[in-house]
Design a protein around this ligand. Sequence first.
Ligand SMILES: Cc1ncc(COP(=O)(O)O)c(C=O)c1O
Length: 363
Amino acid sequence: MTIPVSRVAAMPFFPLHEPPATGPQGQPLRRLNLNESPMPPSPGVIAAMAEAAGGAHRYPDGEAMALMQALSAKTGQPLDHLFVAAGSNELLAASAEIALDPGDGMVAPVPGFPTYAKLARQRGAVFTGVPVTAEGRLDIPAMLAAVTPQTRLMFVSSPHNPTGAVMTAAEIEALVLGLPPHVLLHFDEAYYEFGRAAGGPDALPLLARREGPWIATRTFSKAYGLAGARVGYGIAATPVLAQAIRKVRPNFSLNIMALAGAVTALSEEAELHALLESAATEQAYLAKGITELGFTPLTGAANFVAALKPEGAGDLQGALRERGIHVSGFDLGGRAALRITLGTRADHDAVLLTLREVLTANV
Ligand SMILES: Cc1ncc(COP(=O)(O)O)c(C=O)c1O
């Protein structure tokens, strides 16, 4: 039997199986490749989710008003500019759905979050990937130059995955003012809390200066440690745009356990600050350690460290994997780089020890 839509038939399939709990030699697997939080949810969040499970025979509130109200209070944004979904992945898809017909253009940075290119394929749109700079920063003039009359959607992320680069206010301003109004600007802030904690700008007042449409999205998967619960939210330029996202979102996709967990997590300011503080400490520790091993860390702020590998280092990602440590790799203008998610201090010591062993053995 064939799949009726040929562009879907032609899409590559990357199954997202959970890795085994142990590495090849039976050692505990260190998952440092998906930018998850190393900390489980707080007891308060777990209790709220467990209590909500008692009502799982009912559909959730499809408009998620308790979470929307908590987000409005937290962000200072009016309710009719907000929207929520089961993870920000679902919101990236919503943008593609409201902006792209087959044949339209999408512009996004490369390397970048893989979902952007996947969504272009899925919608039958033309994907234009714009290389980031040698330092791993978004190349705003090049991204603006890549826009054509057919372009309908641009994705940017700040902090950027996989390089960690945080856009400056001047870069956001140049993008916001230079992008023509026929393009929907999707400002992906999955690592928002880390960027702000490191002194990055508040993008919303800058985005508000844009004449054309924009939306910004954030997630509970990273700083709030709820990747497995699937909760994302966003802010749109206008109520009409926020409503468009709410129109196309799958009905009831945010389940009641996730909703309860997110509302509680949002109220736990102390837990968030502790996580951000520990992330900053661990980022500095890991960056210093790999610098001593000959890596060149990129400047950024997220729950990972991105770094260029030492010259001639070989397949470090594969070598780490053989020793039960999963990290991810990417190419930066022809130079190989690793992206290592921040874990516990024990994870970082294991990474540093293993890299030292592998690099010494390679010499
Ligand atoms: C840049 C970026 N955007 C979006 C997401 C999606 O996050 P989620 O769907 O868990 O909210 C991620 C996850 O890694 C990401 O790195």
